[in-house]
Design a protein around this ligand. Sequence first.
Ligand SMILES: Cc1cc2nc3c(=O)[nH]c(=O)nc-3n(C[C@H](O)[C@H](O)[C@H](O)COP(=O)(O)O)c2cc1C
Length: 613
Amino acid sequence: MAPSVYVMYGSATGNSQHIATSLHASLQLSTPCMELNKWKDTKLVADAGEDGEGAKLFVVCSTTGNGDSPENAGRFIRFVKRKKNHEDGVKPFPKLQYAVLALGDTNYSEFCASGRLIDKHLSSCGGSRLMPIAKADEAVGLEEVVEAWVKEVTTSLTCSSASCEEDSPASPDKALSPPPHDPTVCDGIRIVKTVNPNYTDRVVSEDEIGSLVMTASTNSLSSLNLPQPPPSSGLALLSTSMKSANDSWTHTSSDSATNYTANKPFPSKITKARYLSGQLDITRALKKRHLVGIADSATNTEERNCLRFLAGKKGSSTFDSFISKHSVNLFDILRLFPSVKPSLTLLLSLFTAVPPRYYSVTSSPLYHPHRIKFAFTVVDYEAVEGSGRRLGLATGMMEANVLGMLVGGEAATTTLEIFPKHSKEFRLPASSRFPLVLIGPGTGVAPFVGFVEHRKLHRQASVETTAESCAGMWRGGFELESGDIGVGRGDTTDFCSSEKAGPIHLFFGCRDENDWIYRAEMEEMKVQGELTGLHVAFSRKEEGKKVYVQHKMKENSDQLVDLVLKQDAYVFICGDGTNMAKDVMACLGDILGEENVESLKDKKKIVLDIWSG
Ligand SMILES: Cc1cc2nc3c(=O)[nH]c(=O)nc-3n(C[C@H](O)[C@H](O)[C@H](O)COP(=O)(O)O)c2cc1C
C-alpha cells in the first residue's frame, strides 16, 4: 500500500499556513492539512511507526521571536526533540519520509531555527529525508525557494507514484506560483481603462506597464475614501488590568494565567492610555501570493493578466514599485480592478486569520502585580505622498478604543484580548550585581523601562528584607532586644543598601527631542541613580549629522569593554531587526572582538529581541 501523505505547518503570521494549505489543496490529499501541534489528531504516528504502512510528511514552518517556534508548532517540536525518541529501538518514526520547507529572515541571527530543528529531529526520530531542507528568506523574497520546493515535492510524489500518468495531482503552480509565460501579458499587456484613465485601446510594452500602473495608482489611491481618524498620534502607552477573581499575571508556570493563549486570550480591562510622542513609520502591502489568488477571480481577461503579471517573475520590479512602494492592499485592488470579484471563501483561504501582535511589557510586576503596560507605534502613514492615509489594523483599533481616554479622560469602552508569551532569554539576570548594557532605539526601549523599574524595586525589597534580618527583628524563632548586638537598625540598613548593585547603561536613539519617548522617566532614573549612564543618539537633530546608538557605543568603547569583559555585564538589544540589530552587533564586534561577541551570545549574555516591519 502507498504511504499516506501529510502536509503540516507551523505559522505565526500566516505565510507557512498559506503555502501548506495551497500545496495540500493542489495535491488533493485525503489526509487533512494540519498545524504541527495537532499531529496526534492524524494517523501520522501509526502510519510512520514500526507497524505502520509508511508515511510521507511535508512540513512548512517559520521561525518567530528570536529563533522561537510559532505557537502552533511548539508542542510538536518539543515532542520530536525528546531524548527518548532518539534512543535505539524506540524511535517513533522509522517509516517516515519527510521534507521541510523553513521560512525565515536572514536579518535574524537564528535564521530558520524552527525548520532546522524539525529537519534535524525528524531524522533522529527515525525518519529519512526525501530532499534536503529548503530555507526561504523573507529578506530577499520567499517566492523563488518556495516555488522550487513545491515543484520538487510535486514531482517527487507524482513520479514515485505507480499511476503517475493518470493520477498525478494537480500542479501546485496553479495555487502557488504565477502562471507560465503568457504572451498577452508579457509581450504587451493592455492596461484597462479603469486602471489608467488615459487609456486608449492600444497595446503597451512591458516597460510601460510600471509607469502606467503607477500613475493610475497614485490617482486612484489618493481618492480612496479611507476613514479619517483625528490627527495623529504616534506612540501610545496602554495600561491594561489583568485582575479577575482568580487570575494573576505575575505568577509563572504553575499559575492559571499561563493558560491564556492566542486561541484563549484574557479579556483585559484597559485602565489608562497616553501618547508618548508624535512620529510614525511602518509599511504593509499585499504579497504576491494574494495577487495570484485574486487574479483568478477577475472576470476581465486584461485585469486578470495584469494581476498575474504583477505576481510573476517578470513583473517583479513593477510589483516592487507599485504594490510594495504604495502599500497597495486588497481594498485598493478591488477599486483598481473592478472586475475582480473574489468570493468570501477565496478571501478566507487567501487571508489567514489576523495573527496576534506581540508587545514588550514595559512595567514591573513588582510594581503592579495585576496590571501591565505596553507601548506601541500607531501605524498611520502615507506610502507615497498624496496616495492616501494608511492605518494599522491592530494599532489603529487600539488607538480608536482609547481615544476618549487619550483626549478627554473617558473610560475605554472595550476590553483587549491578551495572553502572555514568556521569553526564555530576554529577562533580567536573577542577581542585581550584574551590570546591564541596554540598547534600545525607538520603541525598542520599552522593555528596558520595565527592566530598570524592576531592578530598583527588586533591590528595595531585598534591602528591606535583609535589613530586617540583620537588625535582629527575626532570628529563627526568637527576637533580640535592641542593644543585644553592637549595631543599630540604621547601621545595618546602610550596610545592606551598600551591597553593590551593578551599574546600568542605557543607549537610546531617536530622530530628535520630539521623538524621545519616556524622556521624563529616563531623566528621572538618571537623577535617582538607577541609570548610571544615559546615552541618547539623535539622528535628525543636526543638519547633515546622523548620530545613531552605535556612535554612542563607540564613544563609550572603553567603558563597554570594562563593563562586559571585566564586570560580567549582560547586554540586551531590542528593536528593529532589519538594520539596527545588524549595525549594533557589528559595532559590538568592533568594540569587544568578534570571538567575544560569539561566545557571549552562546552564553546568553548578549540577548536580542528584534522584529522586522
Ligand atoms: C516578530 C518576528 C520575529 C521573527 N523572528 C525570526 C527569527 O528569529 N529567525 C528567522 O529566521 N526569521 C524570523 N522571522 C521571519 C519569519 O519567519 C518570516 O517572516 C516568515 O515568512 C513568517 O512566516 P509565518 O507567517 O508562517 O509565520 C520573524 C518574523 C517576525 C515578524
